[in-house]
Write a protein that binds this ligand. Sequence first.
Ligand code: IPM
Ligand code: MG
Length: 359
Amino acid sequence: MYKIAVLPGDGIGPEIVPEAVKVLELVSQKSGIKFLFQEALVGGAAIDACGQALPPETLQLCLESHAVLLGSIGGPQWDNLPHEQRPETAALLPLRKQLGLYANLRPVRVYDALIDASPLKREVVAGTDFVIVRELTGGLYFGPQKREKTPSGERAYDTMLYTKEEIERIVHLAFKVARGRRRRLTSVDKANVLVSSRLWRETVEELKTLYPEVEVEHMYVDNCAMQLVRRPAHFDVLVTENTFGDILSDLAAVLSGSIGMLPSASLGGKTALYEPIHGSAPDIAGQDKANPLATILSAAMMLRYSFGMERAGEVVEEAVLRVLDKGYRTPDIAAPGTTVVGTRKMGELVREELDRIWA
Ligand code: IPM
Ligand code: MG
């Protein structure tokens, strides 16, 4: 039996997470493998209920679970809290840090059925299929930061700090991911300006001798942003530091038609965490409009990476594909000639397909 901590969070989180949980319940029925779901509060919802974005019970539950399924965190109600109390800085970042999740895998795939939902031309995005391996517990997000008054006025700083060891472990992981794919690794940095990037680049150069079958290239992050839009099908695995990965993954999400499609897995510790890459979308929360597919696809990654249920993960992905092929769309990916459905209906359609495939 696997214990899954379920943290719906804020905004659309409580709408999309139950759809993914029901998919996992169906997988459990089909496979005979039991999942124990335990829900807990996190983010703004937890601030409202108990005054803390990451209550100790929630962290404890996560540490004792085999995997965590997270919805989304944050919203305008909590934007004006002091910096260190905001849902992002008080819940999401400590959760990643405490669980030791230094590697964030963000696969970006352009589904044929959605190719016209992308704002880029069909011939540019066709064949896009890459993974961003984002470092998740270092860099600007966790380096020394301060806001202070000085005689000449206020100032503030964040620090992009990396130890060699932090770089090594994420680069090793990226090489291993590349080895299982098309064996091309793009390391993204800003080594023409930043010393942390110089260390990053040198480390990649050192480690590449251990993975001779993987072809390595280095790319500056500004150029990478351009190349991702110009020739996305070029990429296989990208590895980069925390902030660059955050920015590039939103950019990459557009290729797939909608940020509502992209799942992620955060690995590195005993318990892994799975969450869609999108935010809490307060503008559409509570309206049954949100796309649950990124969360459902995150659950598929959980089946693979946390439970070794490769086939089950594939079946969930196949079910999503079939629903899209049949022309069903949530509003974010709607196009002329397609059938627009809500969050709940989309979840139900995926489960119907799953039931058919895994008869
Ligand atoms: C993400 C998000 C988070 C991040 C925010 C919500 C703190 O943008 O997971 O990409 O910056 O890591
Ligand atoms: Mg982000």
